[in-house]
Design a protein around this ligand. Structure first.
Ligand SMILES: *Cc1c(COP(=O)(O)O)cnc(C)c1O
Length: 363
């Protein structure tokens, strides 16, 4: 097999090698049952066990309280942008949204189709190079909910502390940092995440929904678009994305084997410190996020002295197996996505490359 690349892609993104190997081994014959995990029925005892185990592992790892349900759905986080508003917003109601980047903007655009939106804070004027201060948010105590994007995958900012909206339920898009650190789930009415950053392959979205949120759900929604349907049928109203759910289950087992979220958080802090340390070593590299407290541990964005040097950096990095470092077109520069499955050694190789590149190109 060709040597694996160090994969800094933002999503779909790198997966733990032992997980890929387990998936490969079960691809043709799932645990000796004579069928692939892709071929078994979603009503079969084998899949029911996978499904239950994935739910339980997620609850265990995140410490999800008993009054929450875990759902697996299709459609990506982007479908949730609309579903949240369909279910929880009303024509005459209003929801608070914090606008911290591309994904927040998309969530806001969908919500506006269904009701009022109060943008309680935004850093759009600064092209999202920092986060709004929590103390400055203009929260509405009558809001139907508060929507927040915990980690801004494209701009490289991350909320390391969350607002306290009182009785207003907080709904969080955690697509790019779920399971990357310890979390108090009880602060949230709902958490959702597309799997393809930190949880597994594309094709399944995880939803963690507090029971009392169902009381806020609109009636008369199309069946598939109502959270009530998916809670009542335990994600089995229709065929769930069974293959991706199995892969998520395997990633969750891997996270548990790493020592759970406490250990994973420490690894993520260490990896981020290593990389930001190199960025801050002198003025050659420049972090794209202006407020250091808002820096993401998952998506590290940086600039070089010129765009030509950035192009050269990306091309030469690729030659030594460091893949996927091009920043999103709306920010430019470099982005290294260092999710849970990125080994420390991958970050060490990037840092070593950065040192060499600086020496070779520092006029
Ligand atoms: C990738 C991403 C999305 C979009 O997810 P899809 O599954 O492609 O719909 C939404 N929010 C955040 C924070 C993301 O990183």
């Amino acid at each position: 097999m060709a040597e694996r690349k160090v994969n800094f892609n933002p999503g779909p993104s790198t997966l733990p090698l032992p997980v890929l190997e387990t998936i490969r081994d079960n691809m043709v014959d799932y645990q000796g049952c004579g069928m692939s995990f892709l071929e078994i029925s979603h009503r079969s005892p084998q899949f029911m066990e996978i499904h239950r185990n994935a739910q339980n592992l997620l609850k265990e790892l995140l410490g999800v309280p008993d009054n929450y349900k875990v759902l697996f759905m299709g459609g990506g986080a982007s479908t949730q942008f609309a579903m949240i508003a369909m279910n929880f917003l009303t024509r005459d109601g209003s929801a608070d949204y914090i606008n911290t980047g591309t994904w927040s903007k998309k969530a806001i655009a969908e919500a506006k189709r269904f009701g009022g939106v109060n943008v309680a804070g935004s850093t759009a004027d600064d092209n999202f190079n920092h986060l709004p201060a929590i103390a400055d948010l203009t929260l509405d105590s009558n809001a139907r909910y508060l929507h927040i994007t915990s980690n801004n995958t494209i701009f490289g900012t991350q909320f390391h502390t969350f607002p306290e909206p009182g009785n207003v339920p907080m709904i969080c898009d955690m697509s790019s940092d779920i399971l990357s650190h310890e979390l108090d789930v009880s602060k949230f009415g709902m958490i959702y995440a597309g799997a393809q950053k930190n949880l597994g392959p594309a094709g399944v979205t995880v939803i963690i929904l507090r029971d009392d949120m169902l009381e806020l759900c609109a009636d008369n929604l199309p069946t598939m678009f109502s959270y009530k349907t998916h809670v009542e049928k335990d994600s089995m109203f229709n065929t769930p994305p069974s293959g991706p759910v199995y892969m998520v289950e395997q990633v969750l087992e891997w996270v548990k084997a790493q020592g759970g979220l406490k250990a994973v958080e420490q690894m993520n802090r260490d990896k981020a410190a290593l990389l930001y340390g190199e960025i801050d070593a002198d003025d050659y590299y420049r972090g794209a996020v202006v407020n250091k407290e808002h820096r993401s541990w998952m998506n590290v964005t940086l600039r070089l002295p010129s765009e030509e040097l950035e192009k050269k950096f990306i091309a030469e990095a690729a030659e030594v197996g460091l893949h996927g470092l091009k920043g999103h077109r709306s920010v430019g520069g470099i982005r290294a996505s260092i999710y849970n499955a990125m080994p420390r050694e991958g970050v060490e190789r990037l840092v070593a490359f950065m040192k060499d590149f600086r020496v070779a190109n520092q006029g």
